[in-house]
Design a protein around this ligand. Sequence first.
Ligand code: NAD
Length: 262
Amino acid sequence: MDMGLAGRWALVCAASKGLGKGCAQALAAEGVRLVITARGTQALEATAAELRAAHPAIEVRTVAGDITTPEGRAAALAACPQIDILVNNAGGPPPGDFRDWDRAAWIAALDANMLTPIELIKAVVDGMAGRGFGRIVNITSGAVKAPIDILGLSNGARSGLTGFVAGLSRQPRLASRNVTINNLLPGAFDTDRLRTTLQGAAAKTGQPLEVVMAQRKQGAPARRFGTPEEFGALCAFVCSAQAGFLTGQNLLIDGGAYPGSF
Ligand code: NAD
């Protein structure tokens, strides 16, 4: 299916690895020109080189910086001539017990996983409405639907974003101008982030990481983790020309792990 995106520009945040990279790859395959960001240059430039090699006709620009800072966001926005597609992503907050989190820990989580996407949306959304096309995808987490107790910072910050997006996406000045805002909720995907989280569980129980990973897969309906490619494919569809009537949704992609009917 031609997704009608060739020649568009996308800003994909936190895209040197994992789910953000999966989104960048899928958009590049649709002919979308990219600005990708990450904190460190090495993995970022390696990903950019991969994208350029796979899609020589596509322009890929890189911006190294922390997207959760005003400077990082300004640099990312400045690098993109026109933002038709915005994929909001950043690292997730650390696990822990809420009794140990002080105000600074909460502010850091809110900054990264709620206020940063809101700031970027604010910077781009009215331009999108003016041009009559815009797709905003926020990478959140399955934890928004089914909270994970040790990820309280994530549960809280991402739920705040979810509530905000539910209201904003339904503003007629956006929805009637072909600007959509949706959240993608990953379950367990095989990325560095998942390995780091499971490494913590492995250290606690004294089991090897491989054993913890195998147990986790065995407990899931799909008996496997998702791949960044699968995640990217969903992102590309949500950004497609055809998906203009899809807005304000929370799309869970978890291989059936969430046990509810809705
Ligand atoms: P990952 O660790 O594999 O990749 C994270 C990417 O983000 C890297 O490119 C890293 O350089 C970049 N990054 C991190 N913090 C950044 C920052 N402040 N500024 C710029 N770039 C930054 O992680 P992932 O698995 O792809 O996860 C992406 C998001 O999805 C995270 O918020 C994570 O918590 C969430 N999530 C992941 C899973 C999963 O199973 N992988 C499940 C639920 C939610």
